[in-house]
Every structure is written in structure tokens, then in C-alpha cells.
Design a protein around this ligand. Structure first.
Ligand code: OAD
Length: 277
């Protein structure tokens, strides 16, 4: 651990940009099931679906209200969850680094925002579960899902009265959850693709927290940051491909995010305080 801290301190000292890349593992201790964990399954009719099967435009086209039901259930889980110590620590790190810090998150749960990470420096690359947009893409604009639309309990359908509210305010067509699905592509207007690549190219220290390295843009981020010589630290309870890369630079911390991130941030804040003072 001391070696990891020393590598991080060296980057803080040099004054470069610090980026955190978070995945579902950062919210696990807030009670939100991870994607590839065991708890995420969903039953439609007599069939069990894995989230990855439902998180596609193809599934939405085939059974839109079943997909909406799953997202409205999951939105309820996210809204009832509370940010944990890792989310709070990352908001604290943002405040301590005054503009040198950016947060790239795959999570759609909004917990980073609720912990105080500012929208101006937070890049949600997979969408936001509390928002909807036009299913026909008549615009890239998105809107909050209307307040009248509540939770759908497991196994239940979206009530017809709510279905009438889940429409695009611009063209009146069907709305969809503002989520990047597996059969879709990243872009800048909706998913900050170019901005995030720019951040990665300028990163001096990249903290990779609670992600299984299963999606495309995070891979670009890690490869680009590694390519420009950034120090990479992987925080995860399990080994994963990003850990293999990080182990060659900063190192790996095999602890739950809610333990490891606050400890790391505490150390950084103390160090920065001494340096300034
Ligand atoms: P995954 O569910 O694939 O991976 C979660 C990772 O978090 C795993 O590597 C776990 O080992 C780790 N983990 C679990 N609990 C942890 C804890 N307490 N502390 C630290 N790490 C922990 O989630 P993601 O990598 O975020 O995409 O998945 C990436 C994307 O695939 C998601 O954003 C979603 C998904 O399908 C979309 O919705 C587009």
C-alpha cells in the first residue's frame, strides 16, 4: 500500500489531472446490485432474463413495456439507495483538487451527484436512470421521468396511465430510458464520448474503482491514460483486466470501495493540505 500511496503522491505533486473511473462496484455497498453479480435477474412471463439481455434496443423494440418495467423497478432501487463512503470521498476529492479532478462513471444511479460530485466535472457515460429521451431519437435532449411515474414492483406491469406519460415531449412518440444499451454506440451529445477521451489523454493519475472492464469506453480510458504514462490504481474486490494493467504502474487495492476510497482520499487530502500549508 505504501508504494501505491507514494506513486499517487508523486502525481499529485507534479500537479497533473486526476481522473476517477467508477463502475457498479462503487454502489454495491449502497445496496444496488452489480450487473454481473447474481442478484440482477428479471423474470418476464416464464423466462428469466439477465440484465444484459434486457439492456438492448432490440429488447426494447420487441417488448418495450417489459423493459420499461425493469428500469422503473431499478430506478426505485437507485432512488431509495444512499451514497456510501466511497461516493462521499470522491466528492471530497473533487473539492480538494479544485478543478484538477474529473469523475467518469458508468453508473446510472445518480449516487455520485447525490454525494456532492458536481455535474460540471462528472461524466455519466452510460446515461441516467431518472431520465428519458425520445425512442425515435428525434432529439438528443432528455427529460426527467415524470414524477407521477412511480416504482414498478418486481413481476408487475407498467400501469396504462403511466405508459401515457412516458412519451417524448417534443414529438409525442414513445420515450425510452436514457441508458446506453449494449447494441448501441457512444456519442458526445448524450454520453460524453469525446470529452472523456480528452480527459484520459491528459490524466496523470487514474483511479479505477469497482468495474469489471466489460465495456468499451472504459477500455479506451484505461488504454489512453496508460499510453500517456499515467499512474493507474485499480480498486476492486476481485482481480480484473484493468487490475492487470494497473499492477504495472500504480498498483491494485483488493478491498471494498467504501473502505479503500475514503482511506486513499483521506491520505491525498492530508498530503495536499501539508503541501499547501
Ligand atoms: P459489473 O457488474 O460488470 O462489475 C462490477 C465490478 O465491481 C466487479 O469487478 C466486482 O468485482 C466489483 N465490485 C463488487 N463489489 C465491490 C465493492 N464493494 N467494492 C469494489 N468493487 C466491487 O459492473 P460495471 O463494470 O460497472 O452498462 O459494468 C459496466 C457496465 O455494464 C454497466 O455500466 C452497465 C453494464 O451492463 C450499461 O448499462 C450500458
Amino acid at each position: 500500500m505504501e508504494q501505491i500511496l507514494a506513486a499517487c503522491r508523486a502525481e499529485l505533486e507534479r500537479g497533473g489531472a486526476v481522473v476517477a473511473l467508477t463502475g457498479a462496484g462503487v454502489s454495491a455497498e449502497s445496496g444496488i446490485p452489480t450487473f454481473r453479480g447474481k442478484e440482477g435477474y428479471w423474470t418476464i412471463g416464464s423466462r428469466e432474463y439477465h440484465p444484459q439481455e434486457l439492456a438492448t434496443f432490440e429488447a426494447f423494440e420487441r417488448m418495450p413495456w417489459s423493459v420499461w418495467a425493469w428500469y422503473l423497478y431499478r430506478r426505485g432501487v437507485c432512488l431509495r439507495a444512499e451514497p456510501n463512503a466511497a461516493h462521499h470521498a470522491l466528492a471530497r476529492l473533487d473539492a480538494a483538487l479544485s478543478g484538477r479532478f474529473s469523475l467518469v462513471t458508468q453508473n446510472v444511479d445518480g449516487l455520485h451527484r447525490r454525494a456532492g460530485s458536481p455535474d460540471a466535472r462528472t461524466y455519466p457515460i452510460h446515461g441516467d436512470i431518472t431520465q428519458m429521451r425520445c425512442a425515435a431519437d428525434c432529439t438528443v435532449e432528455r427529460w426527467p421521468i415524470p414524477e407521477e411515474v412511480g416504482d414498478v414492483p418486481r413481476g408487475e406491469d407498467v400501469p396504462e396511465a403511466w405508459q401515457k406519460l412516458l412519451v417524448c415531449p417534443r414529438c409525442g412518440g414513445m420515450a425510452r430510458p436514457h441508458i446506453l444499451w449494449f447494441d448501441e454506440s457512444y456519442d458526445e451529445p448524450r454520453f460524453h464520448f469525446d470529452s472523456v477521451l480528452r480527459l484520459a489523454r491528459r490524466a496523470a493519475l487514474l483511479l479505477i474503482i469497482g468495474t469489471s472492464a466489460s465495456t468499451n469506453l472504459p477500455w479506451h480510458v484505461v488504454r489512453l491514460a496508460d499510453g500517456v504514462g499515467a499512474t493507474l490504481v485499480d480498486i476492486n474486490i476481485e482481480d480484473n483486466p484493468f487490475g492487470d494493467i494497473a499492477s504495472r504502474t500504480g498498483g491494485v487495492v483488493r478491498q471494498p470501495a467504501a473502505e479503500a476510497v475514503p482511506a486513499l482520499v483521506e491520505h491525498f487530502v492530508e498530503y495536499l493540505g501539508h503541501r499547501v500549508g
